[in-house]
Write a protein that binds this ligand. Sequence first.
Ligand code: SAM
Length: 277
Amino acid sequence: MATLDGLPPLRDVIQRHGLDAKKALGQNFLLDLNLTQKIARSAGPLQDATVFEVGPGPGGLTRAILSLGAKKVIAVERDSRCLPALAEIGEHYPGRLEVIEGDALKTDFAALAPEGPVKIIANLPYNVGTQLLINWLLPSPDRWPPFWESLTLMFQKEVGQRIVADEEDDHYGRLGVLAGWRTDAHMVFDVPPQAFTPPPKVTSTVVHLTPRQNPLPCDVAKLERVTHAAFGQRRKMLRQSVKSLGGEALLVKAGIDPARRAETLSVEEFVRLANCL
Ligand code: SAM
């Protein structure tokens, strides 16, 4: 059967290369090229961009990104079984796909970034997705704005809700403060379990993040200390939860009522608190 991009259907690719999904690698594949194109399109125009993809697997999302005209895709995949299937895509799009076999958690993406706009698009393995996002939000050495222009990432919906959460939201916590401080983050659309092979237990969601050009000045380590303490005891009043950091005196210095709770503080207030440490 013909496909949108003239390459074989993903189901055939998976069968031919024996790519039965491995749970330990968070392998839940997307086989519908209309859906992978919808995800890639949420990253905005790709024509001039280099796209980093984590975990291309059999290549459904990779094919979508290339068919939408990305200048180049640099994909990091841990499972060597996927490399022959990805090589076929590379032949179909000569010079536009570079595959790096390795662990994305150990990859220095900033060092690989070429001149020009870089976007990151991925259907992330769930076991490492949050850590990868944190690595992109807190690059080492710390440099902001970062090397990437946008992140378009698939997460479990519950993680997506934590990323985009504001104060007073049940999902608001350390991740929401970090993402809200440095980026403008929103959920794009949900993807039901049955869209994946094999289907995961929960609904997924695509999140799109763009870097704030001038986030409020703050020392990352201090911000982490206050959010760690405050959300460590999220139901307690702040005078209790941030006691080890200075308690009531610190809160008064920052102009924050010590009787408030962590989940009521805006990102700006957390930054103020961190800056008073
Ligand atoms: N992009 C494909 C798709 O949408 O169908 C596959 C997505 S699947 C959810 C996650 C992929 O990430 C798998 O191909 C898996 O082998 C790969 N992976 C898992 N852990 C990884 C890691 N630490 N570094 C790079 N790739 C990893």
